[in-house]
Design a protein around this ligand. Sequence first.
Ligand code: ADP
Ligand code: ZN
Ligand code: ZN
Length: 727
Amino acid sequence: MYANVIIEISIKKLDKYFVYKIPKELEDKIKIGMRVLVPFNNQKLEGFVMELMKEYKAEFEIKEIIDLVDKEAILNSEMLSLGKYIANSTLCSLISAYQTMLPKAYKANHNTNIAIKKVRYLVLNKKIKEVSDYIENTKYIKQQELLEKIIIEDKVKINSLNSTINTLIKHGLIRIIEEEENRYHPDIITTKKEIKLNEQQEKVTEEIINSLENSITYLLYGITGSGKTEVYIQIIKEVLKKDKTAIVLVPEISLTAQIVSRFTNQFKDNIAILHSGLSDGERYDEYRKIIKKEVKIVIGARSAIFAPLTNLGIIIIDEEHTPSYKQDSNPRYNAIDIAKKRSKYHKCPVVLGSATPSLESFARASNKVYKLLTLTKRAGLATLPKIHIVDMKEEVKKHNFIFSNLLKLKIEEKLKNNEQVILLLNRRGYSSMITCQACGYVAKCPRCDISLTYHKTTNTLRCHYCGFKTPKYDICPNCHSNELKDYGLGTQKLEEEIRKMFPTYKIIRMDADTTGKKGMHSKITKEFLEHKYDILLGTQMIAKGLDFPLVTLVGVINADMSLNIADFRSSERTFQLLSQVSGRAGRAGCPGEVIIQTYNEKHYSIKYAKNHNYLGFYQEEMKLRKTLKYPPYYYLVLVKINSKDYELGFKHAHKIGDFLRKNLDKNTIILGPTMANVFRINNIYNYQCIIKYRNDDNLFKSLKTINEHYKKENKVDIAIDFEPTKL
Ligand code: ADP
Ligand code: ZN
Ligand code: ZN
């Protein structure tokens, strides 16, 4: 017998099957989807078995498979076909599709030191009666204590042996057992809140429950705090009654103690959790719970969509508008696409939930491609917060650069009332730019076309694109004056300012810098929830999914940051961010208020956010998208051309542009090539072409041709991104 095997051999990832002979003794054991160890160019590599063949005629000598890596197949038949779907639809190689679907411990060529953690316990080896007799008759207190402990606790964990243990083992009273241990123990906040669904929640839950056998995509459009999470929980309860399983995707940054706890309080240890904060070992343990069918629910970030649950009954994607559901490196898959694919396979519904659905999703719901379900009221006693817009152009005249009078006043008022405040500033670091007032020099990253951000806590200048950092300097490298000044506001400086203004209150900052260490995100969330702090300030990671009953004021320090990004979605993102962060205020009984500070107080995304008017925003934005020929009216493909060599990149970008113009439909619009928004990142020059099309029979074929061609090119890389989330 022979096997076709795929192996990860080069960065460019050629799609190729390699044939190996199967040794006689493995013929009965080998299965499609298994990992095997094979000889390759004097190395031993792992690969996946794709096909088994009785015969194979070759002109050259065929090598033998060395061994099987696993006892069972790692890729089941659904996963095998999902991988092919990803490879075809995103133009990646099959091997990279499979590698992406699996946690590190199950990838081909995995790091072999990820192992099951075993823990040793002492247990009784004789009847309790006999042990009790021994306890009475021995004079050794240590022995008595240990035996009593084992009697009470059934098993006692040990790290090492000692003479007491050795003696008791020798007498046959106790023995050592080994058990697997799960390394991941998320912080759980226990609540006993029993919730009865309100009428609206009841209605949407019913609707979904009544078609659990159908592959339908629902768009659950429910305002912030309308009780979507409770709806998810009820649906999953029904799914479990049918002995089926569930996947819940949440955005990475909101996957915290809080959301996990809400599910864990309901479903106990019937859950596996997968997110990027886990160590390889923890992820391995969580993943094995799924494989061993110990859990029926998987909660996780994007890649949890690949969880190998069988018999899926529902897939829920919360905050479906979140860009991170699309992977922005190869393979560029979108978890929502994968969800739909799996929903067809398992004949189960997909629920996309959001208070601010993406325009694409809402348009699909309007066209009846998705089934629209709505929750228009906040659950329980909560009401939507009142939103004030502050024109910062006026405040600057009063020398208020960071805090408007209104925001200052409101913070004081809430804090005096013993309520909590959230402040959003979407830029980390201390200040955004260092410039010389004498000569105009700007501190820039030597590897990127980006100015460096000053981080005061570490006294460094850092590039947020490539990670470059250098100690802060006080003398201008250009004119040697000491006129260097920092401009712009980051979360570190904001924190400093607030501490000056409210010295008696407790303040905590949450951004990529304070949550870098494992567990910090949950810790901050938990402690803020317990009211150990009065003010939480941070970047957009504070905007998502968190539910703090005592927060009655949300302040947005500068709503313009996301508006000023050069991307056709900047209005949509601004509207979403403002709505999400506003949604954090007044979630329990106490009414909330939101203050949005901006220099663009007339901008429609801000005006509609003020009035909680998603539909108004949707309609206005759709008009623009139609005029400008952007999604959802047109599909987009971004072709990125990258090279270390400026000239070569330029040449190939134009070659690709010409090729596209020659080969694509005449109604297809091709923009570029142009320089990307940030042209140079980490010393690589980035060019791009944007393709806008409605239907184009030649598109896929042409892109595939380009893709294949550049696999052989060493000095130029291309990336083809279908439906990119940013340009
Ligand atoms: P969403 O996910 O739509 O933002 P949540 O499910 O987080 O909303 O609900 C917001 C808050 O309202 C939570 O504290 C939740 O416990 C509470 N809640 C949800 N449904 C009800 C209900 N039917 N009755 C009372 N409180 C509810
Ligand atoms: Zn200077
Ligand atoms: Zn850089």
